[in-house]
Design a protein around this ligand. Structure first.
Ligand code: B3K
Ligand code: ZN
Length: 878
C-alpha cells in the first residue's frame, strides 16, 4: 500500500511558530468557473525568532498565482511554493504584509474541505485543516487573528453573501456583480473561518441578551425549506438563554447566522457567528422528521452555539487538545437537553450511545486516549472517545467538585483563558485553583485509553452489623499503552435494605466516602460500613457516575430487586438491561435461560410498564432489549453474530408469548392524539408505543400485521418510520412491501431517502448485500453526498452485524470495495465507514479471518488516502 503521506505528528514535538499573524484581510472573487482568493496577511516575527528564520505556511492542493511583500513582488529565489507549502526563505525581521493570490475550483472539491459548492451554494469547511485549501496560512489553532473578508460574486447566483462577524459594507460591483465586507473583531484560529455565497431563503428572529443587547438571528436554507427551520430557530433561542442561566455566558456579536447545506462531512460546524449545518440537523416537519430528528436538531444547534465560548473564545493550542473543546461542549449540550427534557431519560440515552459506540472503540484496535499523543490524520480523531468519553470526564469532574465547585472552576476558566488557545492541563488547573482540589490523579482520564473494569465483592456480618464492600479496578492494555495506572473513579452509590428503602450507616473505614460518593483511587478499595442493620443490596455507579464496565457480582434476583426499588432511575434501567444481556449472551453460547429466569424478567418488565410513577419515555427505555451489538460486546470474544441474533429473538419471544395480549392492549391505548408535537411528553409516548411494537413484532405472530397497519395509518414520520424500520429489522413478511411503498411515497426528498437507505441496510436476510450493491450502483445514486453514503453503508457496518460479519466474507468485501471508490472522492467519509472493522477482534475465528482477508486485499491492491491508510493500519495491527 502507498498512502499520500506516512508522516506521524507527535504532541511532544509541539512548539510555537517563529512568526505570528497579526491580522488577516481576505478578498474573494467568486465566479461560476472559479474563485480567486487574495490574502493580505500582516505577519511579524516573535521576539525570540532569529533573523533569517524561514516562514513556512501550509497549503493543500493550492497553486500560487502571485506573491508580494509590502507591495513589492517577490523574486523567484525568495520563496518556494508547492501544493503543500509556501516558504519565504528570508522574511523581513519586522512586521510586514504578505500578499498572495491563488485560484480555486470549488466545483471540483469533492473532499468538502476548504471552499466547495453544495447544490449551487459556495460554502466552506475549515476545521481542522481546510483553511490551507483556501489560502497559504499558518493553519493551526494557536494562530489567532482578527479577519476582514470581502466577497464579490454574481448577484444572480449569490444574492446572499455571508462571513464571520458583523457586516460592515455592501454594494454593487458592476457587471451584475455585488460585494459584501464582513469583519470579525474576535481574534480566531483559521479553522473557525467561514464564508457562504448563494441564492438562499431565510427565516429571521432576534434574541435579547441578559445585558440587554439585541442579537439578530437568521437561518439560511434552500428556497422552499424556510418552513422547516423553525424548530432549529426555537432551539437556538433556548440555547442562548440556557447558557446565560447555567454558565453566565452571553453571546458577543450583533448577529448570529446559521446556514443549512446538503453536502457536509459531519453534523455541523461552529464557525464564529456563522454556523454551517448539515441540513439533516436543521430541517424538520412532522411528516418527514422523526422525534429523534427533532431531538438531534435541538442538541446539535445547542452544541454549536455553546462552542462560541468553549471552543471559539477559548480554543485549543493544538489538535491533540481537541477534547478540551469537544468533550466540554458535549457535556454542556447534554446538560442543556437534560434541563429541557427529562434528566434520567437523557442520561440513559447518552450512556446507551456511549456503550454502543465509545466502549467498542476503547476496547478495540482503534482505542486512543481522549487526549492522544500522536496521529497521522487528525480527521481520524474526531471520535466518540474525544467527544463522548470527553464529556464523561467533565461530568466526573462536576461530580467530584459538586455543582458549586464546578461552576467556580468554569468561571475561572472563562476569566483566565478568554482569547487564548490552551490545553487540557490548563483546564484542569482552573478547577484546582478555584476549589483547592488535587486533580493530579484525575487528569489520567485524559491520558489513558481503555474502559476501566470495576469488579465488586461484598459481605455482611449480622453479629457486628458491618457491611464490607470491595471495589477493584483494572484497565486492559490498549495499542501503545501496555501498562495502566489506577484512575480516580467517583462511585455514586446507595445501600438498599430488604424492604426496598435506602439504608444508612453509622461509620465507614478503609477509604474515602463523601456523602453518597466513594472515591475509588487505588487498584482496590475495601470499605467497612458499621451500623448497618440488615444485609443491603448495593446500588453502585448511580447515574452512571463513571464510564466503566461494572461486574457487580449481583445475581438476577438482586438485579430485579434493584429494577424495582432503586431510587436511582438510571440503575433501575441498567439492572434490567444487565439481566437481558446476561441471558442472551449465555444462550448464544448454548446455555439457555431457565423458565424461572425468564418468568422473573417478564414480571419485572410488566411491573415497570404498569408502574404509574414512571413516565413513558423511561418505560420505553426500560423495556428495550439490548441490541445484538451490545450483547456481542458483552460476550467479548469468539462472537457468532447469528447465534446472538437468534438468542435475542428467542428471548423476546419467550418474554412476550404469555403477555402478548396485554402488550397489544397497552400498544392500542398509547395512540397519541393529533396534532403532532415534538415535545418530550408526546415523543415519550410514541417511543413507548413503538417499543411495544418492536417487542410484538419480534415476539408474537401479530407483529407483521400491527406494523403494517401502523405504517399505513401513520400521520407522522416517527410512527411510519418506526413501523418500517422494525419490519425491516425483523424482516417480516410485509417488510419488502413497506420499503417499496416508502421509497415511492417520498421520492424526491433526500433526507427521507436516507431513512429508506438506513432501514434497507439493516435487513438481516441473505439478499441484503445484493440489494445494497444495486442501490449503490444505480446511475442516479448521489455517490458524492456524505449523508447518502453514511445512511447506507454506515448503517450496514454499524447495525447489521449478521450480514456485515458474514462468515463467507461477502459483507466485509462489499464494504472494502465501496471504500476504495469513496476514498477517491471523499477520504473522510471512506475512513469513517472503514472503522466498522474494529469489531474484528471479538468475532469468532472464521469471520475474523474473512474480515482480515478483505482488509489485506484493500491494503495490497490500492493506493489509499492518509485517512483510510491510518485506520487500516491500526485495525490490522490491533
Ligand atoms: N467542530 C466540528 C467538527 C469538525 C470535524 C472535523 N472532521 C463540529 C463540532 O464538533 O461541533
Ligand atoms: Zn463540537
Amino acid at each position: 500500500m502507498r498512502t499520500d503521506s506516512e508522516q506521524t505528528i507527535y504532541l511532544k514535538d509541539y512548539a510555537p511558530t517563529p512568526y505570528r499573524i497579526v491580522s488577516v484581510d481576505l478578498d474573494f472573487l467568486i465566479l461560476e468557473e472559479n474563485t480567486r482568493v487574495r490574502a493580505q496577511l500582516t505577519i511579524e516575527p516573535r521576539p525570540e525568532t532569529a533573523p533569517g528564520t524561514p516562514l513556512v505556511l501550509d497549503g493543500d492542493e493550492l497553486k500560487l498565482d502571485s506573491i508580494a511583500v509590502d507591495g513589492a513582488p517577490l523574486a523567484l529565489s525568495a520563496y518556494l511554493a508547492d501544493a503543500n507549502n509556501l516558504t519565504l526563505v528570508e522574511p523581513p525581521h519586522r512586521r510586514f504584509v504578505l500578499d498572495t493570490q491563488v485560484t480555486l475550483d470549488p466545483e471540483a472539491n469533492t473532499k468538502l474541505m476548504g471552499l466547495y459548492r453544495s447544490s449551487g451554494t459556495w460554502c466552506t469547511q475549515c476545521e481542522p485543516e481546510g483553511f490551507r485549501r483556501i489560502t497559504y496560512y499558518l493553519d493551526r489553532p494557536d494562530i489567532l487573528a482578527p479577519f476582514t473578508v470581502r466577497m464579490t460574486a454574481p448577484i444572480a447566483l449569490a444574492p446572499v453573501l455571508l462571513a464571520n462577524g458583523n457586516p460592515i459594507e455592501r454594494g454593487e460591483a458592476g457587471d451584475d456583480m455585488h460585494f459584501a465586507v464582513w469583519e470579525d473583531p474576535f481574534p480566531k484560529p483559521a479553522y473557525l473561518f467561514a464564508l457562504v455565497a448563494g441564492d438562499l431563503g431565510s427565516i429571521t428572529d432576534s434574541f435579547t441578551t441578559q445585558s440587554g443587547r439585541k442579537v439578530d438571528l437568521a437561518i439560511y436554507c434552500t428556497h422552499g425549506k424556510e418552513g422547516e427551520c423553525h424548530y432549529a430557530m426555537d432551539s437556538l433561542k433556548r440555547s442562548m438563554a440556557w447558557d446565560e442561566r447555567r454558565f453566565g455566558r452571553e453571546y458577543d456579536l450583533d448577529i448570529f447566522n446559521i446556514v443549512a447545506v446538503s453536502d457536509f462531512n459531519f453534523g455541523a460546524m461552529e464557525n464564529k457567528g456563522l454556523n454551517i449545518f448539515n441540513d439533516r440537523l436543521v430541517f424538520a416537519k412532522p411528516e418527514t422528521a422523526t422525534d429523534a430528528n427533532y431531538h438531534g436538531i435541538e442538541r446539535v444547534i445547542a452544541h454549536e452555539y455553546f462552542h462560541n465560548w468553549t471552543g471559539n473564545r477559548i480554543t485549543c493550542r493544538d489538535w491533540f487538545q481537541l477534547c478540551l473543546k469537544e468533550g466540554l461542549t458535549v457535556y454542556r449540550d447534554q446538560e442543556f437537553t437534560s434541563d429541557e427534557r427529562s434528566r434520567p431519560v437523557q442520561r440513559i440515552h447518552d450512556v446507551q450511545n456511549l456503550r454502543a459506540s465509545q466502549f467498542p472503540e476503547d476496547g478495540g484496535p482503534l482505542a486512543h486516549p481522549p487526549r492522544p499523543e500522536q496521529y497521522r490524520e487528525i480527521n481520524n480523531f474526531y471520535t466518540t472517545t474525544v467527544y463522548e468519553k470527553g464529556a464523561e470526564i467533565v461530568r466526573m469532574l462536576a461530580t467530584l467538585l459538586g455543582e458549586a465547585g464546578f461552576r467556580q472552576g468554569m468561571d475561572l476558566y472563562f476569566e483566565r483563558h478568554d482569547g487564548e488557545a490552551t490545553t487540557i492541563e490548563a483546564f484542569i488547573k482552573v478547577f484546582e485553583d478555584a476549589t483547592g482540589a488535587d486533580l493530579s490523579q484525575f487528569i489520567t482520564w485524559y491520558l489513558q485509553a481503555g474502559t476501566p473494569q470495576v469488579s465488586v465483592s461484598d459481605s455482611y456480618d449480622a453479629d457486628s452489623q458491618t457491611y464490607s464492600l470491595t471495589l477493584s479496578q483494572k484497565v486492559d492494555p490498549t495499542p501503545g499503552q501496555p501498562d495502566k495506572q489506577p484512575l480516580l473513579i467517583p462511585v455514586r452509590f446507595g445501600l438498599i435494605g430488604p424492604n426496598g428503602s435506602s439504608m444508612g450507616w453509622s461509620g465507614v473505614s478503609g477509604g474515602t466516602v463523601r456523602d453518597d460518593l466513594i472515591l475509588l483511587d487505588r487498584d482496590s478499595v475495601t470499605l467497612t460500613f458499621s451500623g448497618v442493620a440488615n444485609k443491603p443490596v448495593p446500588s453502585l455507579f448511580r447515574g452512571f457516575s463513571a464510564p466503566v464496565k461494572l461486574s457487580s457480582g449481583l445475581d438476577q434476583a438482586d438485579l430485579l430487586f434493584l429494577a424495582r426499588h432503586d431510587s436511582d432511575p438510571f440503575n433501575r434501567w441498567d439492572a434490567l438491561q444487565t439481566v437481558s444481556t446476561t441471558l442472551i449472551a449465555a444462550a448464544a453460547k448454548g446455555r439457555r435461560w431457565s423458565d424461572a429466569d425468564a418468568d422473573g424478567l417478564r414480571q419485572a418488565l410488566v411491573d415497570t410498564l404498569e408502574n404509574p410513577q414512571l413516565d413513558h419515555a423511561f418505560k420505553a427505555q426500560a423495556i428495550a432489549i439490548p441490541s445484538e451489538s451490545v450483547v456481542g460486546r458483552h460476550i467479548g470474544s469468539d462472537v457468532d453474530p447469528d447465534a446472538v441474533a437468534a438468542a435475542r429473538h428467542d428471548l423476546i419471544a419467550t418474554l412476550v408469548g404469555p403477555i402478548a395480549e396485554k402488550l397489544e392492549s397497552q400498544y392500542d391505548a398509547l395512540v397519541v392524539p393529533e396534532p403532532y408535537s415534538p415535545d418530550a411528553g408526546q415523543a415519550g409516548r410514541r417511543s413507548l408505543r413503538n417499543g411495544l411494537l418492536n417487542l410484538l413484532t419480534a415476539g408474537s405472530d401479530r407483529g407483521n400485521a400491527l406494523a403494517s397497519a401502523q405504517y399505513h395509518a401513520a400521520a407522522n414520520m416517527t410512527d411510519r418510520y418506526a413501523a418500517m424500520a422494525i419490519s425491516a429489522h425483523y424482516w417480516t413478511g410485509d417488510a419488502p412491501a413497506l420499503l417499496g411503498d416508502f421509497r415511492t411515497r417520498f421520492a424526491g426528498d433526500p433526507l427521507v431517502f436516507d431513512k429508506w437507505l438506513t432501514a434497507s441496510a439493516q435487513a438481516p436476510d441473505d439478499g441484503v448485500i445484493e440489494r445494497l450493491r444495486a442501490i449503490l450502483a444505480a446511475p442516479d445514486f448521489p455517490r458524492t453526498n456524505p449523508n447518502r453514503l453514511r445512511s447506507l453503508l454506515g448503517a450496514f457496518v454499524m447495525s447489521n452485524p449478521t450480514q456485515f460479519a458474514r462468515a463467507d466474507g461477502a459483507g466485509f468485501r462489499f464494504i472494502t470495495e465501496a471504500v476504495v471508490e469513496i476514498d477517491k472522492v471523499n477520504p473522510q467519509v471512506a475512513s469513517r465507514i472503514l472503522t466498522g472493522f474494529r469489531i474484528l477482534p471479538i468475532l469468532e475465528a472464521r469471520r475474523r479471518e474473512a474480515g482480515r482477508a478483505a482488509l489485506e486485499a484493500l491494503k495490497s491492491q490500492h493506493i489509499l488516502s492518509r485517512n483510510v491508510g491510518e485506520i487500516l493500519d491500526r485495525i490490522l495491527a490491533g
